[in-house]
Design a protein around this ligand. Structure first.
Ligand SMILES: [Zn+2]
Ligand SMILES: [Zn+2]
Length: 299
């Protein structure tokens, strides 16, 4: 419990506050007063609530659940059926973490912030105050997908409401200054309009850069998933050997189809669903060499 509370740092608090703020502005400044309980209003409310709640659930999952702990006493199996082993750059020996005092499984790395090795480590994310690794990578992808959807929805709603408000005020001005001038009572007071303008502008200013950044991040991780690479593997490359011979290609790239199945699961229909539990395993991965041994080729 105490460890869970420690996970909530300033960044996590800011992300949660942004979530609440954007959702409240969307619902109470845009959807309810503008669209009311009409069909478009209810549809927007349901879609926005679903995408926001799903992304928030995945976000909390990424914050609080372990990214992938290395089993104590893990050792590389020289006799394993897989002949591909990750080795040190200098002497080609199995990788060993001096800080954790244990061997590193393939694709694992030591995180300086978490102060331990993490299975299939992708990166340490300051906004979740946790690593993104084997156990939560699929959740991280699902989170990116839904948070981008909810941010694009938010931007669209605020932009449409602003255009509608400008158009309405223009029409009211024409009526008031036209030949058949008649008094028009604004639906809300001047103060309310200013307050709403400030709330919507600030929400838009928050959502727009967040959406641009997260869509770029989603695109980057889709590219990585299609090639079955982690961010660290992309930056550093993986040094491996096949039965003692240096292997230059990325050994885990099984082709886009198999790569996505490896990362997102066997059931294609469940790829976009939020997870119920963290992924298991993570200390052994199918390689190109394994596929070749079974007579399979990259798709
Ligand atoms: Zn370590
Ligand atoms: Zn970490």
């Amino acid at each position: 419990m105490l460890n869970s509370i420690k996970k909530v740092n300033l960044y996590v608090g800011l992300v949660l506050a942004t979530y609440i703020y954007l959702f409240c502005v969307d619902v109470f400044c845009v959807i309810v007063p503008w669209l009311n309980w009409s069909v478009p209003g209810i549809l927007n409310l349901v879609i926005l609530t679903f995408s926001s709640a799903t992304s928030l659930y995945c976000y909390l999952f990424c914050v609080f659940l372990d990214a992938g702990k290395v089993t104590e006493g893990w050792k590389p199996d020289e006799e394993a059926s897989s002949a591909v082993q990750e080795v040190k750059r200098k002497d080609g020996a199995p990788r060993y973490c001096q800080k954790c005092k244990q061997y590193k499984p393939p694709r694992s790395h030591h995180c300086r912030v978490c102060q331990r090795c993490v299975l299939r480590m992708d990166h340490h994310c300051p906004y979740t105050n946790n690593c993104v690794g084997h156990a939560n990578y699929r959740t991280f992808l699902v989170f990116l997908f839904y948070v981008c959807a909810s941010l694009v929805h938010t931007i669209g709603l605020i932009a449409a409401h602003t255009l509608h408000t400008l158009q309405t005020s223009q029409e009211q001005r024409v009526i008031r200054t036209g030949p058949q001038s008649r008094p028009v009572h604004l639906e809300n007071g001047f103060r309310n309009i200013i307050l709403w303008a400030v709330l919507e502008t600030s929400a838009f200013a928050l959502a727009l850069p967040a959406a641009i950044g997260l869509i770029m991040l989603l695109g980057w991780h889709i590219h990585l998933a299609l090639t079955n690479k982690t961010t660290i593997e992309y930056q550093e490359g993986v040094r491996s050997r096949v039965q003692g011979v240096p292997y230059s290609e990325h050994p885990y790239d099984l082709g886009p189809y198999h790569n996505l199945h490896q990362i997102l699961g066997e059931n294609v229909c469940a790829w976009c669903l939020p997870p119920c539990s963290s992924s298991h395993g993570g200390d052994k991965f199918i390689t190109v060499w394994d596929m070749a041994k079974h007579g399979l080729t990259k798709d």
